[in-house]
Design a protein around this ligand. Sequence first.
Ligand code: CP
Ligand code: NVA
Length: 311
Amino acid sequence: MSPESLAGRDLISLLDYTTEEIQEILDLACEVKANPDHYDRALEGKTLFMYFEKPSLRTRVTFEAGMTQLGGHAIYYTAADGKIGVRESVEDVARNLERWVDGAMCRTFSHEMIQNLARNSEIPIINGLTDLLHPCQALADYQTLMEVKGDLAGKKLAFVGDGNNVANSLMTAGARLGVHVTVITPKGYEPEGEMVAACRAAADTAGGTITIGNDLALVEGADAVYTDVWASMGQEAEQDKRNAEFRAYQINRKVMDMAGEDAIFMHCLPAHRGEEVTSDVADMPRSVIFQEAENRLHAQKAVMLQVMGGV
Ligand code: CP
Ligand code: NVA
């Protein structure tokens, strides 16, 4: 599949992309990382609209810095400036934006809202995290896994914690890439069944597997152990309840030893040190958390180059 074929495409879920298209983005991300100067005018004169309903460090800074590095410009706009769907309908916002800018990256609570924006505008809409998915994170994570461990097909990634947006995205991309993804959660916090079924169907085609379980021993033999906060943005009221229910799922030295000495540690960040991960694990030599954060920049530059027509 040639990169041109991605021009104009939305990035809402990585299940909407083929194995070859995802690999194409990952390869371009590595190329952009190695030769950034080659792309410094690739999106000259283009504008990205960035909409945030939730806080952000990595997503906001990497998309904005990424646009600058590609010769374009990014506009930061939050729900405080005018909540989409409240001040004005989602459809009308979409029809305005497509007349001014070349792409939009949105971080919303509702996954349906971002789908609705995509349905109603001609410009590419990029998912910067919804309650359901965080595809840009998964792209940076698989770029990182590929850099550290080589070819992704057949690798084993064990996600421990809440079956949340990050877990879902690791499953969607992992399924397409032939990765063996295991999601280990406390009972009642498994990823939702429809998402698991869709990922299993994709994994069957690509040669990977999706395993869901509640037993921490499933980390054994993992190439990567991954965790995320126990209470995601919007779930703050459940923090205390979740802290109690997730306590046994903390990633500490014992869990890393259970995984094996070659297992790397991954986290999308922000981390709540002392909760889902101990500081000694977050800072151990085989922790790649800041490499993942760096790769947000490169992976998203690759996405913007492809969907906004810069390659
Ligand atoms: N990992 C991630 O998306 O970080 P931010 O919430 O800071 O953007
Ligand atoms: N699951 C987390 C990811 C943050 C990047 C959240 O949604 O808050």
